[in-house]
Design a protein around this ligand. Structure first.
Ligand code: PAF
Length: 284
C-alpha cells in the first residue's frame, strides 16, 4: 500500500492505478476509522480493481464553534487498518495542500434545496464544505466509483445530486449503516459520549425504528403526531432533538404520506454530542 502525503505524490500514482482501464474506487474519509468505514472499503474493494482512501479532516465543513480542533485523529492506526483491508493508495493531504489559498475566499459548491434542509438548517455552510472538498478530491483521485455511507443519508443524496448536476462520470454507491450490537449507528463522534450518555444513545435508533414501523402500518392515512410523540419520548430520555422528520428521498421535501420513497431523519444532542440517524421507508 502506498501512502500519498500530498497531491504531487498522488498524481504520480493515479495513472499507474488506472493503467489498462482498471476501475478505481474511492472512499473519502476524515479518518479515525471504525467498522463503518472499513465496510465501505470492503465494498469498494469488491467492485473495483484498485481502491483509494483519503484521510482529511476538512476545515471547510466545520463552523467556528464546532469540533475541528478536537476531532479525533488516529492516522497511524488508520493506515494500519487500511493496509490490512487491501487498500492500494491512502491519500493524506494537509490543509495547505487542499486549500493553498486558504478557505476564507475559496470557491464553494452549493447544492440548493437538498443542502438547505435538515442538517443544512442548523449547520448552514456544512454541506458546501463537504461538496467542495469531495469535488476537489474527485478531481485529484479521478475515481470511476465512489462509496459513501447511508448513515449520512442527506450527505449521500447531496453528493449524488452534485455529481449529476456537474456531469461527473463517477458512479456513486452507498453502503448500509453499520451499528454497534445495541443498535447505535457507528460514528467517530460516538466517543465524545460520556458513559451514561452512551447507555442512552441506542434509544435514538430504537425510537426511529418503532416510529417507522408505526408509519408503515398507516400507509395512505398517516397520523404524523406520532413523530411528535417520538420526539417527546427522546426528550424524556435526555436527548435535545434538532429534528425528527419524514422526508422524500428525491427532494427531501417534508412528506405526509408514503407515496414515494421516504426516510425518517433524526438529529439529536446528548450532552455535547450531536447524533444523527435515519431509516428508509419504501413506498409500497
Ligand atoms: O462523511 C465524511 O466523513 C465527510 O463528510 C467526507 C465525505 C469525507 C468529506 O469530508
Amino acid at each position: 500500500m502506498i501512502v500519498a502525503p500530498d497531491t504531487t505524490a498522488l498524481r504520480n500514482h493515479i495513472p499507474r492505478l488506472k493503467e489498462g482501464s482498471r476501475c478505481v474506487a474511492f472512499v473519502p474519509t476524515m479518518g479515525n476509522l471504525h467498522a463503518g468505514h472499513l465496510a465501505l472499503v470492503r465494498q469498494a474493494r469488491g467492485c473495483a480493481d484498485a481502491v483509494v482512501v483519503s484521510i482529511f479532516v476538512n476545515p471547510m465543513q466545520f463552523s467556528a464553534h464546532e469540533d475541528l480542533n478536537t476531532y479525533p485523529r488516529t492516522l497511524d492506526a488508520d493506515i494500519a487498518a487500511l493496509e490490512s483491508a487491501g487498500v492500494d493508495v491512502v491519500f493524506t493531504p494537509t490543509v495547505k495542500d487542499v486549500y493553498p489559498e486558504g478557505i476564507e475566499a475559496h470557491t464553494a459548491i452549493h447544492v440548493p434545496v437538498l443542502g438547505d434542509a435538515l442538517c443544512g438548517k442548523g449547520r448552514p455552510s456544512h454541506f458546501d464544505g463537504v461538496c467542495t472538498v469531495v469535488y476537489k478530491l474527485f478531481d485529484m483521485v479521478k475515481p470511476d466509483v465512489a462509496v459513501f455511507g447511508e448513515k449520512d443519508l442527506q450527505q449521500l443524496l447531496i453528493i449524488k445530486r452534485m455529481v449529476k448536476d456537474l456531469n461527473l462520470a463517477i458512479d456513486i454507491q452507498s453502503g448500509p449503516t453499520q451499528r454497534a450490537a445495541d443498535g447505535l449507528a457507528l460514528s467517530s463522534r460516538n466517543q465524545y459520549l460520556m458513559q451514561a450518555e452512551r447507555a442512552v444513545a441506542p434509544r435514538l435508533w430504537e425510537t426511529l425504528k418503532a416510529c417507522a414501523a408505526e408509519l408503515k402500518t398507516m400507509a395512505g392515512q398517516m397520523d404524523l403526531s406520532i413523530l411528535d410523540a417520538a420526539k417527546a419520548t427522546l426528550e424524556q430520555e435526555g436527548f435535545a432533538v434538532d429534528y425528527l422528520e419524514l422526508r422524500t428521498l428525491s427532494t427531501l421535501t417534508v412528506s405526509s404520506c408514503l407515496s414515494e420513497d421516504c426516510a425518517l431523519f433524526v438529529a439529536a444532542r446528548l450532552g455535547n454530542t450531536r447524533l444523527i440517524d435515519n431509516i428508509q421507508i419504501t413506498a409500497t
